[in-house]
Design a protein around this ligand. Structure first.
Ligand SMILES: [Fe+2]
Length: 212
């Protein structure tokens, strides 16, 4: 079969994080590889269904289920890549520098960095499994924080993920009790790679004219 659309699991070097063990990461990388594998497998299955140029009536239930599952697996793959990318091997500096564009963007969008953080952390503590994601609206540069259920419910179309935090229990269960998610969130913050966050921001949004 053709390899078009085949995704390869990426490698991440994240040893020595603060408060998130290498053992957790090893397990998490394996889970991520599972999402890549399933994304490829389901994409392949769908291509088989549509090979003859149509979806037959009797194929519709299986085709529908696989297509829905693809949304779950695909987002699971992509969000984990954002998550691992915004962590820094050896640990980070805690909060971003005041001079950083991201820090300024939180002030413009939320009034202050502290208020942005209270919202992001608050979302991270919500019950259920999913993600806390800070997005930037590419049309005006504003930041907003969102809760994503599982991997695929709640993502905002067209918005850019800027900071992505996994709050599924597998992200911290080897290091913390389920009720201690706040401690994991604290650990997450102490490992953020703010240079990556900074690079994800669009810098030209303020200058863009509405009619452009
Ligand atoms: Fe995860």
């Amino acid at each position: 079969m053709s390899s078009i659309g085949t995704y390869k699991a990426r490698q991440f070097n994240l040893s020595g994080l603060k408060g998130i063990s290498d053992q957790t990461l090893e397990m998490h990388f394996k889970l991520y590889e599972g999402y890549v594998k399933e994304t490829n497998r389901l994409t392949e299955r769908i291509s088989e269904f549509i090979q003859d140029g149509k979806v037959d009536q009797e194929e519709m239930p299986a085709y529908s289920e696989i297509t829905r599952r693809l949304g779950f697996e695909f987002n699971g793959m992509v969000l984990h890549e954002y998550y691992f990318d915004n962590l820094k091997s050896g640990g980070g500096t805690g909060d971003p520098a005041r001079s950083q564009q991201f820090y300024k963007a939180t002030e413009t969008s939320f009034g202050s960095y502290e208020i942005w953080k209270a919202d992001f952390v608050g979302i991270g503590k919500m019950r259920g499994v999913g993600w806390a994601i800070c997005y930037q609206n590419p049309s005006n540069g504003r930041l907003s924080n969102h809760w994503i259920t599982l991997h695929e419910v709640g993502n905002v179309a067209g918005f850019d993920p800027i900071l992505v935090m996994d709050v599924w229990e597998h992200a911290y269960l080897l290091d913390y009790k389920p009720a201690d998610r706040p401690k994991y969130i604290e650990a997450f913050f102490s490992n953020i790679n703010w240079d990556i966050v900074e690079r994800r921001l669009r810098k030209d949004t303020g200058a863009r004219s509405v009619s452009a």
